[in-house]
Ligand binder design. Structure first.
Ligand code: TXA
Ligand code: MG
Length: 337
């Protein structure tokens, strides 16, 4: 399949012609990747079972892992559900459009494979002008997992999508690099409280101002609250070690491995890169927001270096740090403390 590519620069006016071509392909039951504020999504008409099946095929995604339905506004959201807990309106007013995904009872409007047969559906309104323009042009919910081959780091640029999926999907809408860099927060909306199924762009601290957040208890591996939890994720092409300690400790681990003849890459903020000697430096900037924004690109970049091992610092688990550490712990092969 030839993968069409439309370049839409965010600084300029959005090219309506490109949007309507992409929407037409989606309406025709094809898959098109599009930018969101978190990562690129791989879209298909969520009401069309055959179209949605193409997402699973292109990504090599396990059939029991449900997808997020993306909508442009509250009206489209309401078409997918019969009733919502009262506090959801307040969450929507505070955080949508934005990186928050609501898992709520489905009314069955979306195709069965979107929800992988569950009674609930995940819905979100992305905060990205190109995504919103595309969703408005479609006027149907667009199912969209991250636009990567299953198991690989999520794509934060159109090039990442191209790398993984060219020839397997009908198109890519290139809206430039994404902002947040890690995926949306997924919450299960229970009657009087929410459970965070996946930490992400909206933090626990932010949600708690509106509705009680209940911690997820230790999951039984076979029956996770969110099917996505049990799968391997974000795997870089070389082993990733998280080193929990100061720069001296990180330096010691790296020196030991280099002593054995390994080429070692260090994935860290600039303040640490300046102090520690490694063969390859992978910069995560300075703030935790920078780290989130640069993480997946660096996990992908490693394969273009000749490093045998990647060592990362451990980040504080507050604010966006919760999402960062959640992803790194899934991507790592060892935790050294
Ligand atoms: O930021 C994001 O959320 C991106 C962009 C493209 O919107 N999308 C994304 O989709 O990360 P995906 O498919 O990679 O992750 C969706 C997560 C999965 O872990 C899935 O298991 C969970 O949401 N999920 C979807 N529907 C669910 C449901 N009904 N109940 C529980 N978990 C659900
Ligand atoms: Mg994903």
């Amino acid at each position: 399949m030839e993968t069409k590519r439309w370049n839409i620069q965010r600084e300029t006016e959005i090219n309506k012609q490109f949007i309507s071509e992409a929407a037409a392909l989606l309406r025709a039951g094809e898959t098109v990747a599009f930018p969101t504020e978190t990562v690129y999504g791989l879209g298909a008409d969520a009401t069309n079972q055959l179209a949605v099946a193409k997402i699973f095929a292109a990504k090599g995604r396990p059939q029991d892992n449900p997808l997020i339905a993306h909508v442009a506004n509250v009206e489209q959201f309401q078409q997918l559900v019969d009733n919502l807990p009262d506090y959801v309106d307040d969450l929507i007013a505070a955080f949508s459009p934005g990186p928050l995904t609501y898992v709520v009872e489905s009314n069955g409007v979306c195709a069965e494979n979107v929800t992988a047969g569950l009674s609930t559906i995940a819905v979100r309104i992305p905060d990205h002008p190109v995504a919103l323009e595309l969703l408005r042009a479609c006027n149907f919910p667009v199912a969209g997992p991250s636009a990567n081959i299953s198991g690989k780091p999520s794509p934060t640029t159109a090039d990442h999508v191209y790398e993984d999926l060219t020839g397997r999907i009908a198109g890519i809408v290139d809206g430039g690099p994404t902002g947040v860099g890690v995926e949306s927060t997924v919450i299960s909306c229970r009657e009087n409280d929410v459970v965070i199924l996946r930490p992400g762009g909206i933090t626990k601290e932010q949600i708690e101002k509106i509705v009680p957040v209940t911690e997820l208890r230790n999951e039984i591996v076979d029956k996770p609250a969110s099917p996505g939890m049990k799968y391997k994720h974000y795997s870089p092409d070389v082993p990733l070690w998280l080193v929990d300690g100061d720069t001296e400790k990180i330096q010691k681990v790296i020196a030991e491995e280099r002593g054995k003849g390994k080429k070692v890459a260090l994935l860290a903020r600039d303040a640490i890169l300046e102090l520690v000697e490694a063969d390859v430096s992978l910069s995560l900037g300075s703030s935790l927001e920078d780290v989130a924004n640069k993480l997946y690109d660096n996990l992908r970049k490693i394969k273009k270096s000749d490093a045998d091992l990647m060592v990362s610092e451990v980040f504080p688990e507050s604010g966006i740090g919760q999402a960062i550490m959640n992803r790194l712990k899934k991507a790592m092969t060892a935790y050294i403390s």
